[in-house]
Design a protein around this ligand. Structure first.
Ligand SMILES: NCc1[nH]cc(CCC(=O)O)c1CC(=O)O
Length: 324
């Protein structure tokens, strides 16, 4: 689209609008071009069944991508981990900004660490990946399938702080869980990091491929503004791009979606890209952790790293283990 403004599509959740707002402000700072945001309702926001049973990947992204493709907006900001690994024809990821904290975060009552939760404690998550890794570390935990936006999930924790009508903050007795697990990045972007009682070490909990990373998507050919396209190029972070490429290649080669009990984390360490991965039996009774590294620091090299590690996992029975 030409003209002096660009339009950014976003989902309506607090997390989505916050993320989009940050990206918009940064693009405006870098390019001087003004922007508008367009709210797009997605299937993932209106369906109420448990996330793990929604089936298909990309329920959050599909409507937003449709809006972008049709020209309702010039750009879309996604949480990368919610994007299916196949890139739709006609759209490209123009920027992956510097990644935020990749870790999962425990938000528990009374500031308890994961290891300190009482025997049989209830932990809420809708993610089979989180559930399996929690159970691998603590087989006694009772995993409760929850969904909803970040605020709703935090509210499930016993004694979690609530905003009172008079503007003060009180404690709720409404909570029914001892803890929930959420992405640290989302909590931090929403200014809710005070709820975090433990950043879960990737040795215990490998994050979802792409976790903590944003993807700014445009139509093939660009945003329609050369200044905005240049800003997107500036915003793109090479190390983030390499890492998420390897993680997503692994997921793609496993033919696993975001609901699979599979974790992956890649990091540029010196002149190497290191990829750690885990495939779990959903009940956490068995896990397969494998790592690989490459010194070919290109997008093709990163993709090949993910594929190679996925093939090793598959050769060792990961598909049967994780029910892929
Ligand atoms: N599936 C929902 C979703 N998509 C992205 C984030 C958090 C932000 C991120 O990982 O970049 C979340 C919430 C969560 O998992 O706690």
């Amino acid at each position: 689209m030409s003209g002096s403004r660009f339009t950014l599509g976003t989902r309506g959740s607090a997390l989505a609008t916050t993320q989009t707002g940050h990206v918009a402000a940064e693009l405006n700072r870098l390019s001087g071009v003004e922007y508008d945001t367009v709210l797009v309702k997605t299937e993932g926001d209106v369906t109420s069944g448990p996330l793990s049973q929604l089936g298909g990947t990309g329920v959050f992204a599909a409507a937003l991508r449709q809006a972008l493709y049709e020209g309702t907006c010039d750009m879309a900001v996604h949480s990368l981990k919610d994007l299916p690994t196949t890139q739709p024809e006609g759209l490209v990821i123009a920027a992956t900004p510097v990644r935020a904290d990749v870790r999962d975060a425990l938000c528990s009552r009374d500031g308890l660490f994961l290891a300190e939760l009482p025997e049989g404690a209830s932990v809420g998550t809708g993610s089979p990946r989180r559930a399996a890794q929690l159970l691998a570390f603590r087989p006694d935990l009772r995993i409760v399938d929850i969904r909803g936006n970040v605020g709703t999930r935090l509210g499930r924790v016993k004694g979690s702080p609530v905003q009172k009508d008079d503007g003060g903050v009180g404690r709720t007795a409404q909570g029914d869980l001892d803890a929930v697990v959420l992405a640290a990045a989302g909590l931090e972007r929403l200014g809710l990091e005070s709820h975090i009682t433990e950043y879960l070490d990737p040795d215990i909990m490998l994050p979802a491929p792409g976790q903590g990373s944003l993807a700014v998507e445009v139509r093939t050919g660009g945003s329609g503004h050369s200044a905005v396209d240049a800003a997107l190029e500036t915003m793109d972070d090479t190390d983030t791009r390499l890492a998420i490429t390897a993680e997503r290649a692994l997921l793609a080669r496993l033919e696993a979606g975001c609901a699979a009990p599979v974790g992956a984390l890649a990091l540029v360490q010196g002149d190497e890209l290191v990829l750690d991965s885990v495939a779990c039996k959903p009940d956490g009774s068995d896990t397969m952790r494998r790592s690989a590294r490459t010194s070919t620091l290109t997008i093709d090299g990163a993709w090949a790293l993910g594929v190679t590690l996925a093939e090793q996992l598959l050769a060792e029975g990961a598909a049967e283990l994780a029910g892929l």
